[in-house]
Write a protein that binds this ligand. Structure first.
Ligand SMILES: [Zn+2]
Length: 433
């Protein structure tokens, strides 16, 4: 098996108690991390090894995007500066009605370009044409948690659920275990009780997690309140949703009782600060969620409401947003923001043993930042540097599952320009009248 030794100017393991290492080393055997520690000249080993001199780089775990709709990059910039319900009902849903498999394939490929080039090695997605997404993930080498978006109000909702279950069974564990599958009922306001109960039963039967939008806007509380006389969390609880592992996106509008309930139910939350700010949905109570020991990861949401798929932006935004909201600059310190983008995100996706930190036995999912930059100088504190000063474009190298997908800032396995061209063509054909 191939052995690689990376000598990093700085190595951030982000493991329990793992302090930043200056002149550190990451040893990779095959697709797994074998060791992390201070650099030592290798003794002659029986196995040949390759040494990568990254003394001018910072080595850290790959970033985790816990909530997105990858192919929505095709809608980047088509509908800005609107509230969620207007944005969805008047702009996004009519465009989505025109989507074809080809659009979703190239949209997902474009999103994967952007995510890899800005250091994301795992993303959790909810969208349509799941086969195309899964194919894009399989071909490119990124890691993903995929769920087909299910709208329970549609006439063919039952048939769509059946298809989603069949796709989940077909794709789970594929691509060298890089693909995890979940079921994706869209949101409380698009899924009636009987449909949600069917989703829960299927998830139980096939041991699948559930990815859902939850309590994103104040409008949602009003809508669910009018329809069922209760709040969104209670509504989902009544359908038995929390008997399954749940990844809830947003969770903006929660009260203290709901926070302790979600903690007891071991619900994971995807916090999407940029999307919540852009749609003026509100501010999720992240400091309280973390205090309740809920795994909170960071997400970009779709590019139509962000408009980036860059977790560096989300780290910095999360760290800043909660400070200004609480009037307390000590809230969400840099280290917490960085953990939300890595190990907490991995745990939120049920992948805490696979990725999210540099530890022996985990998959070799890592990134390097080029430190030879004016805006990354001086380096007093590597964690502060990553969260507050670095940008996605500082990522020079990306490895997923032991494979280099980005080197020296370029995608190594395919032509970036080809994907840009195809995706731009698809986006044009969608907005054409
Ligand atoms: Zn979303």
């Amino acid at each position: 098996m191939r052995t690689i030794l990376i000598r990093g100017g700085w190595v951030l393991p982000l493991s329990e108690g793992g302090k930043p290492l200056q002149d550190g080393m990451v040893k990779i055997i095959g697709n797994k991390i074998a060791a992390v520690g201070p650099w030592r000249e290798p003794v002659k080993e029986a196995e040949p090894y390759e040494v990568i001199d990254a003394r001018d780089r910072l080595v850290m775990p790959g970033l985790i995007n816990t909530h997105t709709h990858a192919a929505m990059v095709l809608f980047r910039g088509v509908a800005d500066d609107l509230p969620l319900m207007t944005w969805l009902k008047e702009k996004i849903w009519p465009l989505e009605d025109r989507l074809t498999a080809e659009h979703v394939y190239w949209g997902t490929r474009l999103a994967i370009n952007e995510m890899l080039l800005s250091g994301t090695t795992t993303f959790a997605d909810m969208y349509f044409f799941l086969e195309e997404e899964a194919r894009a993930v399989e071909e490119t080498g990124i890691r993903a948690v995929l769920s087909r978006g299910l709208i329970g109000l549609e006439e063919q909702a039952g048939k769509n659920l059946e298809e989603a279950v069949a796709q989940a069974r077909e794709w789970r564990g594929r691509a060298g275990n890089r693909i995890t599958m979940m079921l994706g009922p869209h949101a409380p306001y698009t899924c009636p009780p009987a449909f949600l109960k069917e989703v829960v039963a299927a998830a139980k039967q096939y041991q699948l997690g559930i990815h859902i939008h939850l309590a994103e806007t104040a409008d949602e509380l009003v809508e669910i309140g009018k329809e069922y006389g209760i709040r969104p969390v209670a509504y989902l609880a009544e359908q038995g949703l929390f008997t399954r592992p749940v990844l809830a996106a947003h969770a903006v509008w929660l009260d203290d009782g709901e926070i302790s309930y979600l903690a007891r139910q071991k619900v994971a939350i995807a916090h999407n600060p940029s999307s919540n700010m852009k749609l003026a949905s509100g501010i999720a109570p992240v400091p309280k969620l973390l205090e309740a020991k809920i795994p909170v990861g960071l997400g970009t949401d779709g590019a139509a409401s962000n408009n980036r798929l860059d977790i560096f932006t989300e780290m910095r935004t999360a760290a800043l947003l909660h400070k200004v909201q609480t009037n307390d600059p000590t809230v969400i310190p840099a280290e917490t923001a960085l953990k939300m983008a890595t190990i907490y995100g991995a745990r939120a996706l049920g992948l805490g043993d696979v990725t999210g930190s540099l530890e022996p036995g985990k998959s070799a999912d890592l990134i390097m930042l080029d430190l030879k930059k004016s805006h990354l100088t001086p380096l007093h504190d590597p964690v502060s540097l990553v969260v507050y000063a670095a940008r996605g474009s500082d990522v020079s190298d990306v490895m997923v599952n032991g494979e280099w997908l980005v080197q020296e800032g370029r995608l190594v396995r395919w032509e970036e320009e080809e994907v840009i061209g195809e995706a731009a063509r698809c986006a044009q054909s969608l907005v054409k009248k």
